[in-house]
Design a binder for this molecule. Structure first.
Ligand code: ACO
Length: 325
């Protein structure tokens, strides 16, 4: 009998500080950087984002989201036997955010590690957790996407700093004989490293390179639309389903135009796409679980429905998870 990974509960967390486009434009104007609500909304669909307090790291956001997911699942932290955190903005070079979350949740012993696949990170982490559950090496997994992208933004570069926000989302997966995750699909191609990167690293007590986000927006746009359709179709084929079977599309929340193009290619109407980019901006690895939790809590997503989760990000990396909620 096949073992499935079933979502038992979801949770998310957004830092208190919320900036509308107008708030951000006013802050940027003080540094001589010009932008506007109109430009940001028209090109990206973003209207607001949250930024973490200086005292908050990815592990703090992740722990808050995890607590809510545990409550929704009705289990205690010491019932977990796996913790995976997807992040590109960890608190430290090491140890991992996952081990910090484990400790903050007051538990110990189970494996805990981070996955770094930028905006596809949550899809990668969910796929790894699903594999470990299917193989029998884990029964209850906590999978989190958590980011403080505000720490790696160049607030003098208006082409990137208006796009991102901070936040965290989490799911609890449990082994079940009922579906569950139906199919997964992961890819990467390292030749695209320069179109989206943070080209700096710690070296001999200092920073070598430029530790802020660099992006060729148009190259990213073109690549994203193509691979998001491909990976969705690959997962559907593995599960012997078609695009007509999808109840909700929950794509990485980078840009409303990328999401609309992807939905059109999958012949899905806009009302079947979960959109949170307008309120959260692009929260990288946190964006998919944040969108998922939003639509679960507001009652749009119901038990038994078929969800297509898909992401694309730096690397390049991309992938999808098709599941029965
Ligand atoms: N405010 C006002 N004007 C701006 C801003 C801004 N924040 N940013 C750029 N501009 C100006 C540019 O200077 C340019 O002016 P010019 O014509 O006088 O030179 C003009 O707007 C057009 O700039 P483009 O870069 O050509 O704008 P484009 O329509 O390509 O939109 C954007 C840029 C939104 C980044 C788009 O390329 C995009 O959405 N790309 C996808 C990238 C993305 O979503 N990345 C997220 C991270 S990657 C991921 O998550 C997968």
């Amino acid at each position: 009998m096949r073992i499935y990974s079933r979502i038992l509960g979801t949770g998310s967390y957004l830092p208190e500080k919320r900036l509308t486009n107008a708030d951000l434009a006013a802050e940027l104007a003080q540094q001589g950087v010009e932008t506007s609500d109109d430009w940001i909304v028209e090109r990206t669909g973003i209207r607001a984002r949250h930024f973490a307090a200086d005292t908050q790291g990815s592990s703090d956001l992740a722990t808050e989201a995890a607590r809510k997911a545990l409550t929704a699942a009705g289990i205690a932290a010491d019932e977990l036997d796996l913790i995976i955190v997807a992040t590109s903005t960890p608190d430290m070079v090491f140890p991992s955010v996952a081990t910090m979350v484990q400790h903050k949740l007051g538990t110990a012993g189970c494996p805990a590690f981070d996955v770094q696949a930028v905006c596809s990170g949550f899809i990668y982490a969910l796929t790894i957790a699903d594999s470990m559950i299917q193989s029998g090496s884990a029964k209850r997994a906590l999978v989190i996407g958590s980011e403080v992208f505000s720490r790696i933004l160049d607030f003098k570069d208006r082409t990137t700093c208006v796009l991102f926000g901070d936040g965290a989302g989490a799911v609890i997966l449990e082994a079940s004989d009922q579906p569950g995750i139906l199919a997964t699909d992961l890819h990467a191609d390292g030749k695209y490293k320069d179109i989206l990167c943070v080209p700096g690293h710690v070296n001999k007590g200092g920073i070598l390179g430029d530790p802020v986000l660099k992006m060729d927006g148009q190259a990213v746009f073109k690549l994203a639309v193509g691979v998001l359709e491909e990976t969705a179709r690959a997962s559907l084929a593995k599960a012997n389903l078609t695009d007509a079977d999808i109840d909700w599309l929950i794509p990485h929340q980078a840009n409303i135009r990328i999401m609309q193009s992807t939905a059109k290619k999958l012949k899905m109407t806009a009302d079947k796409v979960v959109v949170t980019v307008d309120q959260h901006g692009n929260t990288s690895a946190a964006s998919i679980p944040l969108a998922l939790d939003t639509a679960v809590r507001d009652g749009r997503i119901q038990r038994g429905q078929t969800l297509m989760l898909e992401g694309v990000g730096g690397g390049f990396t991309w992938g999808s998870v098709l599941l029965r909620y």
